[in-house]
Design a protein around this ligand. Sequence first.
Ligand SMILES: [Zn+2]
Length: 83
Amino acid sequence: MPSEATKGGASWDSIDIELMTDRTVLKNLSESLRANGSILVCHLCDDVSELIAGILVIRANKEAWVLCGPCLRKIPLQGPLAS
Ligand SMILES: [Zn+2]
């Protein structure tokens, strides 16, 4: 059964977005990628020198955006999610 959140009227509520900023999770992910010969790069700016600060998981679209610190701060979702 799809979760159609109707409270509050915030649109992101109904898309089921989760922001992962757990450093341990990010570190493990980064290390497992490196073992496969790839690195964790920000999806928005592709700047390999920026440290990844979080992963935005959009369940409805089955998407996951890897974001660096500066980009994470730029997206409007930051406020309500990073509580
Ligand atoms: Zn970025």
